[in-house]
Design a protein around this ligand. Structure first.
Ligand SMILES: Nc1ncnc2c1ncn2[C@@H]1O[C@H](COP(=O)(O)OP(=O)(O)OP(=O)(O)O)[C@@H](O)[C@H]1O
Length: 604
């Protein structure tokens, strides 16, 4: 019996989630899906032709078996036997060669289509706002970039090819069977559902277990991600929760084993069912064929015909089963495309104004004009904040935690847009400035410095790709970090570790200051670290930043008295409002919230 290529009914069912989320199949969605194929229409034609020819040729040797038996073996005609065997082999080789071409064209096409999609998605995601990244699950973004687009690739190389292949194979088998004996062909076709239905039931059970085990696997991955990540393991060490985490993992692992065993056993039952049912069809054909020849002396039907019928029947199970799953395959493929399109359609919240300008001169004059802002409409964060930062001067913002200080600085490089009022830079509303221009002229030293897992030099070059070694060293000297780097065994080629974990907080911040010096921005935003660095580190940072702040226009979220004293104006922010402003002396005399902050929180 020919292999029936039955794929086990696995995945032939939609999950509840898939059912709920199955996309509306609109002509628009279809058009959009097919629009990705249009540039490759020539390859598509080659692929369709190759699939049809190789499927038809693939069935041919089975059909020739009948003639090999009747005309060669039973007639004992050697030359005919050899000719037929040669023909059969020849056709088989051609069919396989064509399928190699077909695979190549298909894979090439699918790779290119997904290459376009990946690039499009990546550049679209780069344009997404900071809000998008703070609110989306990191895993979700990665899944769309990797498995969803990967899924599209397998739809193009697998699903679509197999539908066409199965259809062609089925047609050839049906036509041949009906030509040979309509009665036997009909018996064969009636038997097919007998086989398909029970296997579908077993398949469904297996599918349910697979789903449960997949969900479980996700839970396990979640545990691993949480507890074996840099911060996770640190948390569990510091809270001494290793035993608790181990038990949680062990329990999840135990459940997984149970499900795996169940799944394997369902697979076993599945094979038993297949074995029994696949043999019923051929037996029936032998029986009815035998009755026709032996009892009724049917001379039209030969032994070869019956053998071919049985073989063709065997080749029909797989295609019939796959074709019954077309709907599921289609919904699943559309859902993939739909998920990808959903991301493509995400509006770009912070975008370049089509008439954005890039003024020749950047002085760094910053004006907040009654700026209001909220992340969620119900919770206002900034309320009519107004201040002015003159070129060359510096403004310090102080205030209790949660007052909205970081929010103010996030608004300047347009990580978020104001919800009321406006921010002017050199007299122009920042929403009218070219986004890249705006961001290139602003240097932000954040509290939490992000470094890539590369060398110190690579991290510095991120700020200025063409910086020379001399420039880098000069910047690092100014940032008070050159001596430290030179003292490392590998100097500037030292790998900083995951997120710069191999460096101390103070060293990281000084590196980030060096990055800013390399960039020479017109406006510096400095978010002073609240975390207590040791006094030597702190001093080193102060020494690094003070001269830079002194000679540039700067906005500082300040926590230390020395930084605050160097500012030209101090803004005291509370609950999103500026409640006091002035210089240190005046504010201290006032006896308001600044005085309290000064007495309780400021470090000298
Ligand atoms: N991405 C966000 N989405 C929603 N709310 C946010 C977001 N970021 C901050 N907030 C909220 O906005 C308020 C102001 O936060 P912000 O970080 O600006 O305060 P802060 O004065 O800088 O505080 P800290 O000194 O502790 O850093 C807080 O109540 C905070 O919970």
């Amino acid at each position: 019996m020919g292999g029936n290529g039955f794929k086990g009914g696995r995945g032939g069912f939609l999950t509840d989630e898939e059912k709920q989320n199955s996309p509306k199949i609109t002509s628009q969605l279809l058009k959009r899906m097919f629009s990705y194929l249009i540039p490759y229409w020539k390859q598509l034609i080659v692929s369709v032709l190759a699939i049809i020819i190789s499927s038809v040729f693939g069935v041919f040797p089975t059909i020739l078996t009948g003639r090999i038996i009747d005309e060669g073996l039973l007639q004992q005609d050697m030359p005919v036997l050899i000719r037929l065997i040669g023909l059969s082999l020849g056709v088989l080789i051609i069919a396989n060669l064509i399928s190699v071409v077909e695979s190549y064209v298909n894979v090439w096409m699918a790779e290119n289509i997904t290459y376009d999609m990946r690039n499009k998605m990546y550049s679209h995601l780069q344009r997404m706002s900071h809000r998008f990244f703070t609110t989306s699950k990191q895993g979700d973004i990665i899944t769309r970039m990797t498995s969803d687009i990967g899924g599209v690739q397998s739809v193009l190389t697998g699903t679509w090819t197999s539908i066409l292949q199965n259809f062609a194979t089925l047609m050839v088998a049906l036509v041949t069977m009906y030509t040979k004996s309509p009665l036997l062909a009909t018996i064969g076709i009636v038997v097919v559902p007998l086989f398909i239905l029970p296997t579908k039931r077993v398949g469904k059970r297996r599918w349910e277990i697979t789903l449960a085990s997949r969900k479980h696997n996700d839970d396990i991955n979640q545990i691993l991600n949480e507890t074996l990540s840099v911060s996770g393991q640190l948390l569990s060490k510091l809270f001494v929760t290793e035993n608790y985490e181990f038990n949680r993992y062990q329990e999840a692992n135990k459940q997984m084993i149970r499900l795996n065993i169940k799944e394997s056993m369902a697979g076993k039952w599945f094979r038993v069912v297949i074995n029994v049912f696949t043999n019923i069809g051929p037996m029936l054909i032998y029986l009815v064929g035998g009755i026709l020849i032996i009892e009724y002396g049917n001379t039209d039907l030969t032994i070869g015909d019956i053998t071919v019928m049985v073989a063709l029947l065997g080749r029909m199970y797989g295609p019939v089963n796959s074709l019954l799953n077309i709907q599921v395959d289609m919904i699943r493929s559309m859902a993939l495309f739909d998920r990808i399109f959903e991301y493509f359609d995400l509006p770009v919240e912070i975008d370049n104004d089509p008439e954005a300008i890039k003024p020749e001169l950047f002085t760094g004059e910053l004006v907040f004009e009654e700026v209001s802002f909220h992340y969620d409409a119900e919770q206002p964060i900034l309320n009519n904040v107004s201040f002015e930062l003159k070129p060359g001067s510096s403004v310090a913002i102080v205030g209790p935690s949660g007052a909205g200080k970081s929010t103010i600085i996030n608004l300047i490089p347009r990580l978020y847009d104001v919800t009321g009022g406006r921010i002017l830079l050199d007299g122009v509303d920042i929403r009218k400035l070219d986004l890249a221009y705006l961001r290139q002229h602003i240097g932000v030293v954040t509290q939490d410095t992000y470094l890539f897992n590369g060398t110190i030099k690579e991290n510095l070059l991120y700020a200025k790709a063409d910086a020379t070694q001399a420039e880098i060293e000069k910047a690092c000297s100014e940032a008070n970090i050159h001596t430290f780097i030179s003292g490392l065994p590998k100097g500037y080629d030292t790998i900083v570790g995951n997120r710069g974990m191999k460096l101390s907080g103070g060293e990281k911040q000084r590196l980030s200051i060096a990055r800013i010096i390399l960039r020479k921005p017109g406006l510096i935003i400095f978010d002073e670290a609240t975390s207590s660095l040791d006094s030597i580190s702190e001093h080193a940072i102060q020494q690094a930043i003070a001269p830079i702040l002194a000679k540039s226009t700067s906005l500082i979220i300040a926590h230390r008295l020395s930084t605050i004293l160097s500012a030209d104006e101090i803004l005291v922010l509370e609950k999103g409002k500026i409640i006091e402003r002035g210089d240190h002396e005046t504010l201290v005399k006032k006896g308001g919230i600044y005085t309290t902050l000064y007495e309780t929180q400021m470090r000298v």
